[in-house]
Design a protein around this ligand. Structure first.
Ligand code: SAM
Ligand code: SF4
Length: 328
């Protein structure tokens, strides 16, 4: 079991397998995309497998695969399958925009994936195009239904953006009436590759008040341990509603998660740049014991919270990063 310098247990790893994507969401990256990483800078599947196995021996129980869009990386599914067989891994899951995921739902089911996070910011076709700069709403909705039909829980991630999709909040909440989905509204964070300034007009309180005004009977329900979302239920609905104060950073005190970017950088907080590159350490020939020691040292320098961590971003002029490069 690993803990950080603030006594927080670390048991959740988010692994980015690529920075590339088949969408261009305005809140995540510029229209022209990013300066995509050359292949040799990405971790290989063998390197990722070794890193994941090592973290599992250190107490990680849950791994989320993310990116960029994880499913644009070739041969992801066999890699997921290999990960799913590692002893000690209790939960394997992924975050996807849903465009390609529909074809792999039966594979997910076979490998024991029980829940998938699906990004969906609007139910309106024109707004979907304006936000993602691509077509694809039908594919995302088809993926959502296929996941549900196969008994895989769906958490919908909706980034709330002033003047863009606030009209979608209530229609998305209404999805929970007939579908057993968790719709989670996320405060927009400033990780968009430098395309625009983010304001917190629609912070968690504003989102909550807006939903309550339409659904006054909505009740607070208990949040799972280490949950980043505050969760609610509307009587008579099948699903739940969550609000994630990602920019207000209300959940740092119990944060159990670490990230590894697609280049192998261990980020102990979303808001820090990271100082240990595990891919480079592997390529230098580090043994597992050496890797373990470097990881433990890094976790003992973990910032207290996202506010403290942000200083490293500012100091390195990297506050304009893209979420796809960090690994969302
Ligand atoms: N491509 C996949 C997807 O969109 O689900 C996985 C990677 S994406 C970077 C992971 C999550 O980060 C998505 O749910 C996305 O909505 C969220 N995200 C991206 N940029 C964000 C931002 N600036 N603020 C808040 N959430 C953001
Ligand atoms: Fe791609 Fe996900 Fe970023 Fe949208 S949020 S551009 S789908 S990586």
């Amino acid at each position: 079991m690993i803990t950080d310098n603030h006594g927080r247990r670390i048991n959740y790893l988010r692994l980015a397998v690529t920075d590339r994507c088949n969408l261009r969401c305005t809140y995540c990256m510029p229209a022209e995309g990013l300066n995509w990483l050359p292949r040799k800078e990405l971790m290989t599947y063998e390197e990722m497998y070794r890193i994941c196995s090592l973290f599992i021996t250190m107490g990680v129980e849950k791994i989320r695969i993310t990116g960029g869009e994880p499913l644009v990386r070739r041969d992801l599914v066999p890699f997921l399958h290999n990960l799913s067989e590692i002893d000690g891994l209790e939960e394997l899951t992924l975050t996807t925009n849903g465009l390609l995921a529909g074809s792999f739902v039966s594979d997910f089911k076979k490998m024991g994936i029980k829940s998938v996070n699906l990004s969906l910011d609007t139910l309106d076709r024109d707004r979907f195009f304006r936000i993602t700069r691509r077509e694809g709403l039908d594919e995302v909705l088809a993926t959502m239904h296929k996941l549900l039909e196969n008994g895989i829980h769906v958490k919908i991630n909706t980034v709330v953006m002033a003047n863009q999709n606030t009209a979608d909040i209530i229609p998305l909440v209404r999805l929970t009436e007939r579908l057993p989905v968790s719709v989670r509204f996320i405060e927009e964070m400033p990780f968009n590759g430098g395309t625009h300034q983010v304001t917190l007009d629609w912070d968690h309180q504003h989102i909550l008040e807006h939903i309550r005004a339409h659904f006054p009977a909505m009740e607070k329900i208990p949040d799972a341990a280490y949950s980043t979302s505050y969760n609610y239920h509307i009587p008579g609905h099948q699903g739940n509603v969550g609000i994630i104060a990602a920019y207000s950073r209300l959940f740092c005190g119990s944060c159990n998660r670490i990230r590894i970017t697609s280049t192998g950088v261990l980020r102990t907080c979303l808001y820090e740049t990271g100082s240990l590159n595990l891919k480079d350490a592997i390529r230098e020939g580090c043994t597992d014991t050496e890797l373990r020691n470097r990881i433990t040292d890094t976790l003992f320098k973990r910032p207290k919270d996202g506010w403290e961590a942000q200083d490293t971003l500012v100091a390195q002029h990297r506050e304009q990063e893209s979420m796809a490069a960090i690994g969302g």
